[in-house]
Design a binder for this molecule. Structure first.
Ligand code: TXE
Length: 481
């Protein structure tokens, strides 16, 4: 059994669950412990005790530890990508990319450990100096989803540690193997015991401890909007000091295709954005907003291209789209496909689940395209989180922009156009945290800020230099000469 990491020791759980390969449900990846409430509290206590020691490490020592982890992730890219593909179902080329990104994130934040800076201001008072410094927040609770089993933990853990915080990490129930592999590397990286703790298990049990325990000073969460709201509610209802919190939640990202777009570029952006990683990305292009003049050519080219996408075992050569992550998610996708039909959408491609491929039982689903959809339909309002995209036909660029912004979410948004004027206008006016011009809505750089607006996000941006906003607290000191 793979155990939890608490106070530097591997601690067995009170129970455990098998980790099932979604490409072949007969394949058990391993048995992973569930922490109980008391063990989660032990992890918090350990982090609380270790944090001052870790914060007293020199920035170079912190940088070296993070750099070691980054180097090991990159050196083990093939093995970790295989594990990721096996437990989550992400096709191997995407899984390899995710592993590399996780490695680069650790290396980036190794450098950031040396760059935690401050500011010196002239005072309005004679002889006074004003010094602005950043200090660690303390203990950070990290709660992550299943769709990026290595990259999302990396982009929360690395900056938290770089800034001198201790961490209690609770990964999603479906992907403990990648989390455990990361924890195992961190356990050998030279951190004082208790600085980094792994507690696997259920959200409402283990996750809840992180929300409730007053020794957890900050909570960073990525997952569904419903759970994100629970995190926020728990944070503000905590008696005494409220924890700092940061939420990354859903998206319903528009990709606008204008009449003047290069058709090949438009189709590649839409195929990649909507269907790669089985559409299970918060930045997926789920609404394809297409102007009249290019609509029919775009739909014809999309369906032709979709027919050539190989759905299969995530680890098989040639697979472009792996399975859906589990039975519950597949049922959710199928329910939305049925809803799309009943709302009047025209199923232009796909829509069928395949219980098995080449004799292998798995959660396979064809990439699915609806046309003739309207922006107010539920399939265009709610996050489906599967390989399902909807085309919305619009009259012109003005209508496209209005429809793109008419959504509760605001994570990522894209436009495909050859017009500099339209590219500039959409870049300015799209209401999203990230805007892509002639690029898929998903797929971002590891060193640039990530996050959204409206119901997609709450709190400071993640990644890049901007991560320090969340993982540090600012102190302003006044010194009279
Ligand atoms: O998410 P949850 P799940 C969406 C997607 C998916 C749905 C459910 O539509 O179908 O969410 O996925 C922990 N206190 N997205 O169940 O429940 C939980 O254990 C503390 C979109 O995976 O939000 C896990 O570690 N923690 C999203 C994490 O929260 C709790 C990515 C996320 O779980 C908790 C993933 C509680 N009460 C899912 N309950 C995106 N847009 O990127 C759960 N958790």
């Amino acid at each position: 059994m793979h155990a939890n990491l608490i106070a530097g020791d591997w601690v067995a759980g009170t129970d455990a669950s098998p980790n099932i390969n979604p490409s072949d449900t007969r394949d058990v990846v391993g048995l992973y412990a569930h922490a109980n409430r008391a063990q989660a509290e032990d992890a918090v206590a350990a982090a609380h005790a270790a944090q001052p020691r870790w914060a007293a490490f020199t920035p170079q020592q912190r940088a070296d530890a993070l750099d070691r982890v980054g180097s090991e992730i990159i050196a083990r890219q093939a093995e970790l990508a295989d594990l990721l593909a096996r437990e989550e179902g992400k096709a191997l080329p995407d899984a390899r990319g995710e592993v590399l990104r996780a490695g680069h994130i650790f290396k980036f934040f190794a450098g950031e450990a040396l760059r935690v800076g401050g500011e010196l201001l002239a005072s309005t008072r004679p002889g006074m100096s004003v010094e602005i410094t950043r200090e660690p927040v303390g203990v950070v609770g990290i709660i992550t989803p299943w769709n990026f089993p290595l990259a999302i933990p990396a982009w929360k853990i690395a900056p938290a540690l770089a800034c001198g915080n201790a961490v209690v990490f609770k990964p999603a129930e479906l992907v403990p193997a990648c989390a455990w592999a990361l924890a195992e590397m961190l356990s050998r990286a030279g951190l004082p015991p208790g600085t980094f703790n792994l507690v696997m298990g259920r959200g409402r049990e283990v996750g809840q401890v992180l929300l409730d325990d007053p020794r957890v000073h900050a909570i960073t969460f990525t997952g569904s909007e419903a759970t994100g709201r629970k995190v926020a509610q728990a944070a503000v209802s905590r008696p005494g000091a409220m924890p700092k919190f940061q939420l990354e939640m859903g998206g319903k990202n528009p990709l606008v295709v204008l009449d003047d777009a290069d058709l090949d570029v438009a189709v590649e952006c839409a195929i990649n954005g909507a269907f790669y990683a089985t559409g299970q990305r918060c930045t997926a292009s789920s609404r394809l907003i297409v102007t009249d003049g290019i609509h029919d050519r775009f739909v014809a080219a999309m369906t032709a291209r979709m027919a050539a996408l190989t759905v299969g075992d995530a680890r098989a050569t040639g697979t472009v789209i792996g399975p859906v992550v589990d039975a519950t998610q597949l049922a959710q996708d199928m329910a939305y496909i049925a809803l799309g039909r009943s709302e009047g959408g025209h199923l232009a491609f796909g829509g069928e689940a395949m219980a098995e491929l080449s004799g292998q039982p798995g959660f396979y689903l064809q990439p699915t395209l609806f046309t003739h959809t309207l922006n107010h339909m539920r399939i265009n309002r709610e996050e489906i989180f599967g390989p399902v995209a909807c085309v919305i036909r619009v009259g012109d660029a003005n209508e496209a922009l209005a429809v793109a912004n008419d959504t509760p979410y605001g994570l990522s948004a894209g436009v495909v156009t050859t017009s500099l004027r339209e590219a500039t206008r959409f870049k300015r006016e799209l209401q999203a945290g990230m805007v892509m011009v002639n690029a898929p809505t998903a797929g971002v750089d590891a060193h640039a800020p990530f996050g959204g607006r409206k119901a997609s996000s709450f709190g400071p941006r993640e990644q890049g230099r901007y991560a320090a906003e969340f993982f540090t607290t600012v102190k302003t000191s006044y010194v009279q000469a």
